[in-house]
Design a binder for this molecule. Structure first.
Ligand code: EPU
Length: 337
């Protein structure tokens, strides 16, 4: 059933915990309800607010926030090896991962404990510990707000890249994701190459799905703040991708600087924004209500009472310090409204 709220406080609907208001928020369960909503309201300004884990409101929102509340999970096909699952947009991401692990299904275990809804996962192609959600997605179903109809596109049409998808570009302001289809599998394919993952998995007795999930959850808890305790939106910045020549110059100066190859782009290198911010001396640094997290410099935190504007101002300061020290631009990963 759809529900409309006017002049709603967003404090409990964004993981940064900023106290902003929205003129209207509409919750919907089905594509038919969404169609009615767009026919009735004809909103000129709207934004999909899922679980609010990757959005920073810097002012009151004067349009319509659209929030899916549909969360069914359906097995479409199971041939004994491959299992196709359709999951509706409001399903909690980590509950889906937990279900896959309990069901003996491989493919998304490295993406454990990411605060997200399923519908938000393809938008920024969530990724962690050497895995990206695009590798498990087969299709995305969305409501086209221009044509007022449901469209289903295959993974290859989603324009996935590092924290990128068509939903951030051509389909921004057009698509509202209704459901995502995944293909998981039963043959074990442990992906333990990133950082401390192998060490943590071995400490738990080897590469079972359960051990991998537990290891990833433990690593995340040790580095990342829980939004329920300290407002944040995970990585605030993307890891910057720079020309190899820039990385080379920096590596000469900072031989221990981490850097990663970029698939299909030999002339470009990905740097670690967390490392740059840390080396710029900002880890744990705080100004008023906003700060850089003291265990992972890529995360900005609301120490309590920060406005979205203060967070944005602080983020701009962090970018300028990094630019001055390293000559590298870092850009937000978080959606800023
Ligand atoms: N580093 C520092 N200081 C810091 C943070 C990081 O020196 O304060 C160094 C680390 O020692 C390491 C490198 O930077 O050498 C990379 O750090 P880490 O492995 O923690 O990963 P990240 O690149 O900072 C990315 C994702 C995270 C994801 C981790 C693990 C982005 C923007 N972030 O962070 O995703 O959990 O890898 O795979 O790509 C998120 O998107 O919200 C998120 C938390």
């Amino acid at each position: 059933m759809k529900r409309i709220y006017n002049d709603i406080n967003l404090e409990n609907r964004n993981s940064f915990g900023v106290k902003q208001q929205a003129a209207m928020l509409a919750e919907f369960e089905t594509a038919e309800e969404l169609k009615e909503l767009f026919e009735e309201l004809k909103p000129t300004k709207w934004y999909v607010l899922g679980a609010g884990n990757n959005t920073l409101f810097t002012a009151d929102y004067d349009g319509v926030l659209v929030t899916p509340i549909c969360s069914k999970r359906t097995i479409l096909k199971d041939d004994g090896e491959w299992v196709d699952v359709r999951v509706e947009a409001a399903h909690d991401w980590d509950e889906f991962v937990a279900w896959s692990v309990d069901s003996g299904l491989w493919g998304i275990e490295n993406l454990s404990a990411i605060p997200s809804s399923v519908g938000a996962a393809p938008v920024q192609n969530i990724g962690a510990y050497g895995a990206e959600v695009k590798d498990a997605i087969t299709a995305v179903e969305y409501f086209d707000t221009k044509e007022l109809k449901v469209v289903r596109i295959g993974c290859e049409e989603c324009g996935f890249g590092y924290r990128e998808s068509i939903f951030k570009h051509e389909l921004r302001g057009v698509a509202i994701i209704l459901a995502v289809e995944f293909r998981l599998h039963r043959t074990p394919t442990p992906n333990l190459g990133y950082g401390d993952v192998i060490k943590e998995v071995e400490a738990r007795g080897g590469a079972t799905l359960k051990n991998i999930r537990e290891a990833i959850c433990a690593i995340r808890v040790s580095k990342l703040p829980d939004p329920k305790e300290l407002g944040n939106a995970g990585s605030f910045f993307k890891n910057p991708i720079v020309p190899s020549i820039v990385a080379e110059r920096l590596r000469n100066e900072y031989p221990t600087m981490p850097s990663y190859p970029v698939p299909n782009a030999e002339d470009r290198v990905k740097l670690a924004a967390g490392w740059l911010i840390d080396q710029a001396g900002l880890k744990g640094y705080r100004e008023g209500h906003v700060g850089v997290h003291d265990r992972q410099a890529l995360v900005l935190v609301n120490h309590g009472g920060a406005t979205g504007g203060e967070v944005l101002h602080f983020a701009e300061f962090v970018c300028s310090v990094v630019r001055t020290k390293f000559g590298v631009d870092i850009t937000p990963e978080v959606n800023i409204l």
